[in-house]
Design a protein around this ligand. Structure first.
Ligand code: HEC
Ligand code: HEC
Length: 432
């Protein structure tokens, strides 16, 4: 695919245009203003770039214009794109064609939620980097608040720590958390979901065919969705073609300088790891950058900008917002899993692959652009008693920060369009 760049006006950076999504049960602050990505298939139809200006015009496209085209996901899994290692597959759940097909159907099926409105894909949206570019923190069933940012599903097969705090380690198990969480898909029980799947006529025989005669169950549902997720892999980015393919023209000089800074002066590679043959750009471990500490102890902003209409923004004191919203849920990061005080406000290092597609960033979605993230690191994160020793002021010039952003933008895989079109081809479980 051509470099993923927006057509038309004001591309190249993300602006943070906060708005409030108030519901009966909670409040979600959303970061509209999209990364420089929308092309034929990527990005929401209703692009909000420039939304804050009075002359904003929508260019919403109907869902019908988004044509689906199934992809050979099995082939992708068997020969991962350049820059990625072999996909780890657990011995007790070998990936097969029927499991991928079934998992894909489940992943996009809105009937998997209690009121049949919400699928996995509505928080991990294929055309928005398999995350949600419009929300800092996710919003679940009936507008309920979810405390963290939805991570991307791209390359999730490679991680052995799932969620920002690593509280699950297997994709097979992970699926039940969103299905049961009262603020996500809100099913009353595992049995409820399994019995429902057993009754749906379009699932008849599918589990049995994929699992040697076994029907829908606590294990088979997880195994099917996990098999589909393992095929959402994306590499062979311009960076990979340069670094691992020797193509000097694949990326520009700024991105090359950015990579040298990333592995040198800027010290990023200690956590976002890469070697001579492959680059997952994560150490799959947990670190304190100060963001969680800031939210818990530091107090947060005194007021929020609230956008009422294009070009009309008012500033509302935090106390007012908090008086009608839910109080912000507490979040102690990795500590919630280990109970080790040293793990307070540590969060998982995310992979940086496809990072230009997955704004907003960090576990709390606080940054709308890569530039903001790099500036945050340049300042040395947020000082606190448990700050990771590898986070410190970097003394980067503006030009150097721009180079690092160019490098990060070179990490977008070449099969995004293929995977998104494949997603559009999946049924969504609507009743007709
Ligand atoms: C309401 C929005 C929402 C829905 C619906 C949802 N997720 Fe998520 N998902 C999230 C959020 C938010 C996180 C991070 C939560 C955390 O770290 O505590 C997450 C985390 C994950 C992760 C871990 C990724 C990583 O890198 O650690 C996977 C995998 C995942 N979800 C898959 C699914 C699947 C499969 C479904 C459907 C069964 C689903 N999600 C439904 C919001 C959602
Ligand atoms: C001490 C380890 C560490 C170092 C050093 C580090 N990072 Fe990170 N990075 C993390 C962790 C942990 C997160 C997630 C923080 C969170 O969720 O609150 C993260 C998040 C990010 C994100 C957001 C990704 C997303 O999907 O939300 C970007 C971009 C990023 N880092 C880039 C960099 C760059 C560029 C550098 C060097 C200037 C760097 N990091 C240095 C650990 C590190």
């Amino acid at each position: 695919m051509a470099p993923v760049q927006g057509k038309g006006k004001k591309t190249g950076r993300v602006r943070f245009v906060p708005c409030l999504l108030v519901s009966t049960l909670g409040i979600g602050v959303c970061a509209a203003g999209l990364p420089a990505v929308p092309d034929a298939v990527h990005g929401p139809g209703d692009v909000k770039t420039g939304y804050e200006s009075a002359d904003y015009e929508t260019r919403s496209v109907s869902l019908q214009s988004r044509k689906g085209l199934p992809a050979d996901l099995m082939r992708l899994l068997k020969s991962p794109p350049r820059g990625l290692p072999a996909v780890p597959v657990p011995r007790d759940n070998p990936v097969t064609g029927p499991k991928i097909q079934l998992g894909r159907k489940l992943y996009y099926d809105r009937r998997l939620s209690f009121n049949e409105t919400m699928s996995c894909a509505m928080c991990h949206i294929p055309e928005q980097g398999f995350t949600n570019n419009e929300l800092k923190t996710a919003v679940g069933i009936e507008g309920r608040t979810v405390r963290r940012n939805a991570p991307t599903i791209y390359n999730v097969a490679y991680f052995s720590n799932l969620f920002h705090d690593g509280r699950e380690t297997r994709l097979e198990h992970q699926v039940w958390q969103p299905m049961l969480a009262p603020n996500e898909m809100a099913n009353p029980s595992i049995g409820y979901v399994i019995e429902k799947l057993g009754r749906l006529p379009d699932y008849k025989g599918l589990f049995e065919a994929a699992f040697d005669g076994r029907g829908p169950g606590i294990e088979t549902v997880g195994m099917a969705i996990a098999s589909y997720e393992r095929t959402i892999i994306s590499g062979n980015s311009p960076f990979d073609r340069w670094r691992f393919g020797g193509d000097e023209k694949a990326i520009g000089e700024a991105a090359k300088r950015g990579f040298r800074l990333f592995t040198g002066k800027a010290n990023c590679v200690v956590c976002h790891t890469a070697d001579d043959r492959q680059a997952l750009l994560t150490d799959d471990a947990f670190h304190n950058t100060g963001l969680g500490w800031e939210d818990s102890v530091g107090g947060g902003p005194a007021e929020y900008p609230v956008q009422l209409a294009p070009g009309v923004v008012v500033r509302v004191p935090s106390a007012t917002v908090e008086s009608f919203g839910e109080p912000p849920p507490s979040d102690l990061g990795r500590y919630e899993v280990t109970q080790n005080p040293a793990d307070r406000w540590r969060y998982k290092t995310p992979s940086l692959r496809n990072v230009a597609l997955t704004s907003p960033y960090m576990h709390n979605g606080v940054f709308g652009s890569l530039r903001d993230v790099v500036e945050f690191y340049n300042k040395g994160g947020i000082p606190n008693p448990l700050l990771d020793p590898e986070i410190r002021p970097l003394g980067l010039t503006r030009g150097e920060m721009g180079d690092i952003v160019s490098f990060l933008e070179s990490l977008t895989g070449d099969n995004i369009e293929t995977l998104v079109r494949d997603a559009f081809a999946a049924p969504v479980g609507d009743r007709h």
